[in-house]
Design a protein around this ligand. Structure first.
Ligand SMILES: [Zn+2]
Length: 320
């Protein structure tokens, strides 16, 4: 009998010990894993890599938790979102250009920390179409010129959902805000945050750089609602670094550019490219991609070169 009691006590301590070890392993920012993503916008959520927390307004549950502890009771705007995913940029898959509702978001209250411009610098590229070789490509964010190492700030109060490295965005951050929006920041030289970290408007989340698909140091900044991009200039007046309005109305009009994007995609399919072109002086696949409108990933595959490798002038590069 006494032996049995001693055995049970030993078992109890052993169990307690293993559970504390487990808790220690998954805690803290040091255990973040950076994952390379295949595409810029259409990121697939891998069944085995994603950390997805899903549920309804009333009930949240962890599905396959990995790497960090996050109490979903603190997930911002959980009346508008039912998924918390630390890998996939858009896990929501909503077609908002046909949304019926009109949602009024209160962007900022009278608190001083409620809004801060994401970066201080000149806007070099706006939301909208820009030339990509012979084609047009839609640019889904606002680019701000930066020096490597310049601070990048959280725009509003919220919780960091993603902090990782992606092939196109480089080191990047996505924040879910209390006001119902999400913001995305790309091409950092260094990340100074981790998934699950609460931030205020003005918290420094990383240092600017040129990682990923980028030809010079800048911040690529996106505003999203339920995964779909909105023109940041409809909320923020970038030259003065202030909000245009304390509230923002989300309706299908915010997403009407998606019809133009669809039409441009169809048109691009019909435009024929030459099979081979000659590289210019100091060319890289990124520059060639910008010139002809072929993705870096595809050029890399066709030519067996890395995106930033310097290519000899005159070398034949296959486009299709
Ligand atoms: Zn950009």
């Amino acid at each position: 009998m006494r032996f049995k009691i001693v055995l049970y006590i030993c078992l109890f301590f052993l169990l307690a010990l293993t559970s504390t070890i487990k808790a220690q392993v998954i805690e803290g920012p040091d255990s973040i894993e950076f994952v390379e993503d295949p595409e810029e916008d259409e990121e697939e959520s891998s069944e085995f890599d994603s950390v997805i927390v899903s549920g309804s307004e009333k009930y949240w549950d962890f599905i396959r938790p990995r790497n960090f502890l996050f109490d979903t009771a603190f997930a911002p705007a959980h009346n508008l979102y039912t998924v918390w995913d630390t890998i996939t940029i858009n896990p929501y898959h909503r077609d908002l250009k046909v949304m019926e509702d009109t949602i009024r978001l209160v962007l900022a209250d009278f608190d001083d920390c409620s809004f801060h411009p994401p970066a201080i610098g000149d806007v070099t590229s706006n939301f909208g179409f820009r030339n990509w070789g012979r084609r047009q490509k839609f640019h889904f964010g606002t680019d701000i010129r930066m020096e490597v190492g310049d601070p990048v700030y959280a725009a509003f109060e919220g919780v960091v959902r993603i902090a990782k490295r992606s092939a196109d965005y480089g080191y990047m951050v996505v924040i879910r805000h209390n006001n119902g929006l999400e913001t995305l920041y790309a091409h950092f030289s260094q990340l100074l945050t981790y998934p699950g970290q609460p931030v205020k408007g003005g918290s420094i989340i990383g240092l600017a750089g040129s990682t990923g698909r980028s030809t010079g140091p800048h911040l690529h900044f996106e505003v999203r609602f339920q995964g779909e991009k909105i023109d940041p200039a409809t909320l923020i007046h970038f030259p003065s670094g202030s909000l245009l309005n304390d509230t923002f109305q989300v309706d299908k009009g915010c997403f009407k550019h998606l019809y133009d994007v669809q039409a441009a995609k169809l048109k691009a399919k019909k435009t024929k490219l030459p099979k081979y072109v000659k590289a210019h002086k100091n060319d890289t696949l990124i520059k060639i991609s910008n010139r002809y409108g072929v993705s870096v990933k595809r050029l890399s595959k066709l030519n067996g070169l890395k995106p930033k490798t310097k290519i000899k002038a005159g070398r034949k590069i296959r486009l299709r």
